[in-house]
Design a protein around this ligand. Structure first.
Ligand code: XUL
Ligand code: CO
Length: 435
């Protein structure tokens, strides 16, 4: 045990009336919700990068956090791993997620970076065995180093494409070795700063090729997890190709990957794309590519990807409603892609952030389950579309009627459809009863 958390014991569930700051009020992992343990529904994960690698900088100032592992090589990385797993255990989260760059210092060559990643993987292997904390997903950081400034897969230089491919392979290998349940690709520089210097069709083909190779390699090594693409419209680049879920779906269709790749949807990215989070989840579910979520929130005024911990139960509840209706998580989970504010410099702030976020998600899940158990809302939706169950409507939908046949019927039967209320205010009031 390190003394980073000052002897803090495991965070316990104390119920809604508890006034203990470091306790769960709503996240009760063994509580049964819709026939399943809360832990198995939510599948929480902690993001290594925000909690242990991020230094508290912003565009106007550098490091505000003082962490004993910020200076130094592999020994510091080991110390960081000790504290990370200590925090996973204190909070009782079942999963974590990481990029190569979060866990090992960059080497002087590709081979040295890879050897360091493998050495940390040896440590993770032991810690996973000791603690039972598992890997939700691994990923490669293809955006921080200056070699990737003009993109990784979409770089105009084929050697950068090759370097990115080798980096992804190394990260897929360690993810596979650790029993990771998914592999994520977030294209942090896969887009452009200016269209003036960009050959878009060339870059899209490069990105399609890279993703196809990732899928081939997954099958080659027998990785059973899902390959997930994480959409984001901009930041760091002005425009990113994986703009939102619908754009990613179009891309997957174009390269024949729609049955192989799913999406990891992040709250803040949905907001940046001008959508609600539940819109993105519902879109992915409708298109059959829902995979996993990065849970956080943006500051609604600043317009940046602020990666704050979630704190709005009504918003989270609507997202979990759509996740539950889609059958819940298969390989995915709820990864807290969230970081402290830069003034929250103490270790205890990491606990406050995650405890609050886990409680908000637990309340959201319970609210979503209550909406489903009550049934009034689902019955309303069923009723709104009930007309489509008639044989004639089914024939139209199944392609058994042509445009001219339908037109003939409209005249023959003298159809004169009457508008019905959409009942938005009623539905808002109904949902508010549960959140
Ligand atoms: C960046 C972001 C990443 C991905 C993983 O906005 O969300 O942390 O989740 O690369
Ligand atoms: Co993310």
């Amino acid at each position: 045990m390190s003394d980073f958390f000052n002897g803090q014991g495991k965070i316990a569930y104390e119920g809604p009336d508890s006034d203990t700051p470091l306790a769960f009020r709503h996240y009760n992992r063994d509580e049964i919700v819709l026939g399943k343990r809360m832990e198995d529904h939510l599948r929480f994960a902690i993001a290594y990068w925000h909690s242990f690698a991020w230094e508290g900088g912003d565009p106007f100032g550098g490091r505000t956090f003082e962490r004993p592992w910020f200076e130094g090589g592999m020994e510091a990385a080991q110390h960081k791993a000790d504290v990370a797993f200590e925090m996973f255990s204190l909070l009782g989260v079942p999963y974590f997620c990481f990029h190569d760059a979060d866990v090992r210092p960059e080497g002087e060559s590709f081979s040295q970076s890879k050897r360091r990643l493998e050495a940390i993987t040896d440590i993770f292997e032991q810690k996973i065995a000791q603690t039972g904390v598992k890997l939700l997903w691994g990923t490669a950081n293809l955006f921080s180093n200056r070699r990737f400034m003009a993109g990784a897969a979409t770089n105009p230089d084929p050697d950068v494409f090759a370097y990115a491919a080798a980096t992804i392979k190394a990260n897929m290998d360690v993810t596979h070795r650790l029993g990771g349940e998914n592999y994520v690709l977030w294209g942090g520089r896969e887009g452009y700063e200016t269209l003036l210097n960009t050959h878009m069709s060339q870059e899209l083909d490069q990105m399609g090729r890279m993703l196809s190779m990732v899928v081939d390699y997954k099958h080659k090594i027998g990785f059973k997890g899902a390959i997930l693409v994480e959409p984001k419209p901009q930041e760091p680049t002005k425009h990113q190709y994986d703009f939102d879920v619908a754009t990613v779906y179009g891309f997957l269709k174009r390269y024949g990957l729609e049955d192989e790749v799913k999406v990891n949807i992040e709250v803040g990215h949905a907001i940046l794309a001008g959508h609600t989070f539940e819109h993105e989840v519902a879109t992915a579910a409708a298109l059959g590519i829902f995979g996993s979520i990065d849970m956080n929130r943006n500051d609604y005024q600043s317009g940046w990807d602020t990666d704050q911990f979630p704190n709005s139960v009504p918003e989270v509840a609507l997202a979990y409603y759509h996740i539950l209706k889609a059958g819940g998580f298969a390989t995915g989970g709820t990864n807290f892609d969230a970081k402290l504010r830069r003034q929250s410099i103490d270790p205890i702030d990491l606990l406050h952030g995650h405890i609050g976020a886990m409680d908000v998600c637990a309340r959201g899940l319970k609210a979503a389950a209550a909406i489903i158990e009550d049934g009034t809302y689902d019955a309303y939706i069923d009723d709104r579309y009930a007309g489509w169950k008639t044989p004639e409507a089914q024939a139209m939908l199944n392609g058994e009627r042509s445009l001219d046949e339908i037109a003939a019927r409209v005249e023959r039967e003298g159809l004169d459809p009457q508008p019905r209320s959409g009942r938005q205010e009623y539905l808002e009031n109904l949902i508010n009863r549960f959140v």
